[in-house]
Design a protein around this ligand. Structure first.
Ligand code: DGL
Length: 281
């Protein structure tokens, strides 16, 4: 009897190892996290949901963001994920508890905590800048997460709401992006920060312009790599790392399929668009 249950435990663990990692964001921004996970863990099956019909989340109220977070999680839960990654700082800041509750025993990783921890490790002068959506900045969640680890760090935040539509438009090196970056970053540039957290997963898409505008001497933190590291750590600790030698292709779900989605995907991911399913929200 005991042997049988140990066989069935092994079988169920094997099945879970094959299960996908679910990742979601409001739009294409979370693809920056998909790219980092793919590079770190190429054998893992990834299911990505981008809520392209309802992007942007940043200017919305907390009530709406929490509702969207519950919907997004429910969509990914249909695929029996072994782990959920919230590749959206806005949801990580305002609704991580909603996702955790909906996931039950399935572990959840949010980008915000990973980015905050990396920034704390990197800063030398203990002055960290954070840029993010209106909702993330107003929540003060970054300052809270950073000061929980080191209360002596000064956090200077700036909301940059136009960066999200500029990224969704693919305006990577566009003069409009440069102009907007000058406008948003002019104050934070005077604050003697040595580290700047890209506190929105859309922002790494505009990294070059942000870096040029803020100054190359300032260390930029993109939480995607920190999330990939934490994902490997968590799966390995729980014996759920997929050791297959095959490279998995991500499965994409979107709530709307904009015409330029394929072009944007190729631009950010450097590969052809895989199968995309349209889901209703
Ligand atoms: N990419 C998301 C974030 O990290 C959301 C941006 C938005 O939809 O406003 O906050």
């Amino acid at each position: 009897m005991k042997e049988l249950s140990s066989v069935s435990w092994q079988l169920s663990t094997c099945q879970v190892i094959q299960n996908p990692i679910g990742i979601f964001d409001s739009g294409i921004g979370g693809l920056t996290v998909v790219k980092a996970i793919q590079a770190a863990l190429p054998a893992e099956r990834l299911i990505y949901f981008g809520d392209t019909a309802r992007v942007p989340y940043g200017p919305k109220s907390q009530v709406t963001i929490r509702k969207y977070a519950a919907d997004d999680t429910a969509i990914l839960m249909r695929y029996q994920p072994k782990l959920i990654i919230v590749a959206c700082n806005t949801v990580s800041a305002l609704a991580l508890d909603v996702v955790e509750k909906a996931c039950g025993n399935i572990p959840v990783i949010g980008v915000l905590k990973a980015g905050a921890s990396l920034a704390v490790q990197v800063t030398q002068n203990k002055r960290i800048g954070v840029i993010g959506t209106q909702a993330t900045v107003c929540s003060n969640a970054y300052a809270f997460a950073i000061n929980q680890q080191d209360s002596g760090i000064e956090v200077i935040s700036q909301a940059c709401p136009l960066f999200v539509p500029l990224a969704e438009e693919g305006f990577i090196n566009h003069p409009a992006t440069k102009l907007v970056a000058e406008h948003y970053l002019s104050e934070i540039r005077k604050q003697d920060i040595d580290t700047l957290v890209l506190g929105c997963t859309h922002y790494p898409i505009l990294r070059q312009v942000i870096e040029e505008t803020i100054g190359k001497e300032i260390r930029i933190i993109d939480s995607a790599e920190a999330v990939a590291y934490r994902t490997r750590e968590l799966l390995s600790e729980s014996g759920l790392l997929n050791h297959s030698t095959k490279t998995a292709i991500p499965h994409l779900l979107v709530s709307d399929l904009p015409q330029k989605f394929s072009m944007l995907y190729q631009l950010f991911m450097g590969s052809e668009l895989p199968d995309v399913d349209l889901v209703e929200v």
